[in-house]
Design a protein around this ligand. Structure first.
Ligand code: ADP
Length: 193
């Protein structure tokens, strides 16, 4: 088991880079935002609840995300390697994941942080709104709510992993290919130290 986390503000390019990493390093993806949107689309039992949070730019309650993560990890072979994208986003989620992986005899091996300034994020998300039509990208208030939640709830998790020597910062304003290259350099060092 070799587990990585991809973390960054909304619009930092996590989804794009996660896809490339999954392909190259054969990770099992745990992309919480995408999974929640999929549950909404499939009219699952928690559709209304999930919709309420996601569409307003709020984080869904922990019991939902913890249950999803647990199910997904347990459905894979014990030696599978996971790429967590969009989870954990808060200190309680970090505590849950650390504890859960420990129970599975595993840990987080590295955290890749895609750093992008708020000004660039706002431009990217407004542009994405016209392409992907995600409801949470459609108005500036919702985008600002997500950016504020990121600053208040998610940024503190960076210090947690930094203190463990697991945090790797990448300039997310570079081109998509340059970011991929920077991630590959980190991955190669982690896999073959
Ligand atoms: P982005 O990071 O660009 O906002 P995501 O697809 O990762 O996009 O997440 C979209 C939404 O899904 C979030 O605004 C939130 O409502 C929900 N979500 C994603 N990850 C989490 C999480 N770890 N905890 C709670 N809610 C989450």
């Amino acid at each position: 088991m070799f587990n990585m986390i991809l973390v960054g503000p909304p619009g930092s390019g996590k989804g794009t880079q996660a896809e490339r990493m999954i392909h190259k390093y054969r990770f099992i993806p745990i992309a919480l935002g995408a999974l929640l949107r999929q549950q909404m689309a499939e009219n699952g039992t928690n559709k209304v609840l999930i919709e309420k949070y996601i569409n307003s730019g709020q984080l869904v309650p922990d019991h939902l995300s913890f249950e999803l993560v647990t199910q997904l990890v347990q459905a894979q072979p014990a030696d599978a390697s996971f790429l967590f994208d969009g989870f954990p986003r808060t200190i309680p989620q970090v505590t849950f994941l650390d504890h859960f992986l420990k129970q599975c005899g595993a840990q987080i091996n590295g955290v890749i942080f895609l750093d992008v300034s708020n000004e660039i994020l706002l431009k990217r998300l407004k542009n994405r709104a016209t392409i992907e039509k995600r409801p949470d990208d459609q108005d500036v208030c919702k985008i600002k709510t997500r950016m504020q939640i990121y600053e208040q709830e998610t940024r503190p998790i960076l210090n947690h992993y930094k203190a463990q020597g697991k945090l790797h910062r990448i300039d997310g304003t570079q081109s998509v290919d340059e970011v991929t290259k920077a991630i590959a350099a980190i991955m190669d060092r982690l896999i073959r130290p």
